[in-house]
Design a binder for this molecule. Structure first.
Ligand code: HEC
Length: 146
């Protein structure tokens, strides 16, 4: 009896959570916000505006990789509009191309984490490769409304 009650409460809690789960449009904007934040640290490092901090750099690359890994699933059919999305219709008309762009971002950020650059020269090489992804993907798959 106690167990049944516990299960019922757990089920209620879980379904309650599902109801408040973010919409995919919001989730992917959150993902990109975290990418943008990580980019702030990396860009400042590249410009020499902050001291080289290997841990912070690797964490920033890792945060980008986390966003990349989950990104594809955040564009289901039916989320082409809404929540002021800046997702381009190209994502749905050219799914293969979009998935390739996400995969490249995933690979480049994962490689940057693995490379674990411990000085600015090694960092710049990885940063260059990672940063290219932003422009390339945004040009085709994002419609900036700002
Ligand atoms: C594989 C494609 C892809 C890559 C790579 C990519 N982005 Fe994005 N980005 C998008 C899409 C699509 C949106 C629009 C999402 C939406 O509004 O639904 C976006 C939106 C954004 C936003 C706006 C988030 C908000 O507040 O709504 C920022 C900031 C951003 N990207 C930064 C970056 C940076 C920096 C990089 C590179 C390190 C990057 N992105 C790499 C596809 C990509």
């Amino acid at each position: 009896m106690k167990n049944a009650l516990a299960i019922a409460i757990a089920a209620l809690f879980l379904s309650g959570n599902a109801a408040v789960a973010a919409e995919p449009q919001v989730e992917r904007q959150q993902s990109m916000k975290s990418v943008g934040q990580a980019m702030g640290t990396l860009a400042k490092t590249a410009k020499g505006e902050i001291d080289y901090d290997a841990t912070a750099v690797i964490e920033a690359f890792a945060a980008m990789n986390t966003a990349a890994v989950n990104f594809i699933d955040q564009f289901p059919e039916g989320t082409e509009t809404g929540h002021e999305t800046e997702a381009s219709p190209n994502i749905w008309s050219d799914r293969a191309g979009f998935e390739e762009a996400v995969k490249k971002f995933d690979t480049d950020t994962a490689n940057a984490v693995i490379a674990a650059p411990h000085d600015i020269a090694a960092f710049r090489a990885e940063f260059g490769k990672v940063a290219q992804n932003c422009k390339t993907c945004h040009e085709t798959y994002r419609v900036s409304k700002k």
